[in-house]
Design a protein around this ligand. Structure first.
Ligand code: NAD
Length: 421
């Protein structure tokens, strides 16, 4: 099939490269010329294991353009993979979705052939049928289900293993507007053996938000129990090892610590809270998930202060990405901690194997170390991301406050505090 992908970030680049690997011809569209230039050179526009290899391997079947018009006219199917960030009040910022929907409408106005639009960006339930479809219909003068097809196909990939997740999805959720779209999606995804759940558009959109909200709830629950464990000198990791043995619970997303970050959990839970409030609901559980998460970096900071007077001291940060395996620093727990440390007058030195360039753009006024070894010279060390290489450092004689449970630090440090253990 000829497929176009609008937005070549974490979701778009992996989806497009994966579809090319499956034998499709793929046209990538972005407003960011640099990302497109990287793809043209056979490079990955983001750091993600295995991505560069499949882009390079399939380069003959990959095109790039900044024009939605060109991309739509030379393809049968278009994925929308643009970002849906948060507004300052936590509500969802739909400016990229709206802009792309309008451009798609303008293009479809003159396209003779039937075209299918697949919304992969995370958008709140009811957004496709109240915003995306009306905008495309208005600009094209055509009707959904007649001249063009549309569906919601939320993405569940995990950064750090996104390419693996593309080829081994646990389930594919598709909310279809019409039967023709459903047939086309079945064909496009025919090589995947997993369960494919077909439903209506709103349900598919809600499945994405309910999934992220539930996983974020598990983490905040583990942190709340972990905070109690800390006070009682109980190891929360032992506790959740036992808890996770229950099949009804399972061991995933029960790692207590400095909290969750990333481009999805905080923004999606906040957006759902706002939508619920607009609908007259009081989503108490979801609000607590965010409050608990926001408190975890403060817990870490309090533990640091127990051992070091921060002002004028050098505090080292190990890890800046929101989790290992990615250079994504969106909502990383390093950010509130750095801000707190800066306010308190600390000298900060930070190291991350891949995320320093990204953080430097956001926070230029701290020292970025070339190796973790210079971070170890600090008066105290905060572990923010559990990169595997941090399990091989020498922590002896050090003061370590650990937000992620690095066993070597736990066994070796002179002073060691786990956030929840
Ligand atoms: P991203 O910010 O990494 O990438 C978005 C891309 O869209 C950028 O390259 C941007 O330049 C491009 N873009 C914006 N406006 C455009 C336009 N008008 N035309 C062409 N390109 C345009 O975002 P992401 O992390 O890939 O997330 C995309 C969506 O997928 C979001 O809704 C997100 O919530 C959802 N999602 C993300 C993940 C994840 O792990 N990152 C997982 C599941 C779902």
């Amino acid at each position: 099939m000829h497929v176009s992908v609008i937005g070549t970030g974490y979701v778009g680049s992996v989806t497009g490269a994966g579809l090319a690997e499956l034998g499709n011809i793929v046209t990538f569209v972005d407003i960011d010329q640099e990302k497109l230039a990287q793809i043209r050179c056979g490079k990955a526009p983001i750091i993600e294991p295995g991505l560069e290899e499949i882009i390079r391997k399939n380069i003959a079947h990959i095109k790039t353009t900044t024009s939605i018009d060109i991309a739509v006219n030379e393809t049968d199917v278009t994925f929308i993979c643009v970002g849906t960030p948060s507004n300052s009040n936590g509500s969802i910022d739909l400016r990229y979705i709206k802009s792309v929907s309008e451009q798609l409408g303008q293009t479809l106005k003159n396209k003779k052939k039937y075209h299918t639009v697949i919304v992969k960006s995370s958008i709140l339930p009811s957004t496709t049928d109240t915003i995306v479809i009306p905008l495309i219909e208005k600009k094209s003068g055509k009707r959904a289900g007649e001249s063009f097809g549309i569906c919601s196909n939320p993405e569940f990939l995990r950064e750090g293993s996104a390419v693996f997740d593309f080829f081994h999805p646990e389930r594919i959720i598709v909310g279809c507007h019409d039967e023709k779209t459903r047939r086309q999606i079945k064909k496009l995804y025919s090589s995947f053996a997993c369960t494919k759940m077909f439903t209506d558009i709103r349900t598919a959109e809600m499945i994405k938000y309910a999934s992220n909200a539930f996983l974020a709830t598990k983490v905040s629950f583990a942190n709340e129990i972990g905070n109690i464990c800390k006070k009682l000198c109980i190891d929360s990791y032992e506790v959740f090892k036992g808890v996770g043995m229950d099949n009804r619970i399972n061991p995933h997303f029960l790692r207590s610590g400095v909290g969750f970050g990333g481009s999805c959990f905080p923004k999606d839970v906040n957006a759902l809270i706002r939508q619920a409030q607009d609908l007259g609901e009081k989503p108490r559980i979801l609000s607590s998930v965010i409050t608990t998460n926001d408190r975890q970096p403060e817990k870490m900071y309090s533990l640091l202060k127990k051992h070091v007077s921060v002002k004028g001291k050098t505090i080292g940060l190990l890890g800046l990405s929101f989790k290992p395996g990615t250079d994504d620093i969106r909502e990383s727990r390093a950010i509130p901690l750095i801000k707190k440390l800066q306010k308190a007058g600390a000298n900060i030195v930070a190291y991350d194997p891949v995320a320093m360039t990204n953080l430097q753009e956001l926070i230029p006024d701290i020292r970025y170390a070339e190796s973790p070894v210079s971070v170890l010279q600090s008066d105290a060390i905060l572990i923010i991301t559990e990169w595997e290489e941090f399990e091989h450092l020498d922590y002896s004689g050090k003061i370590v406050i650990d937000g992620r449970r690095v066993e070597k630090a736990r066994n070796e440090a002179k002073v060691y505090e786990g956030v929840c253990w």
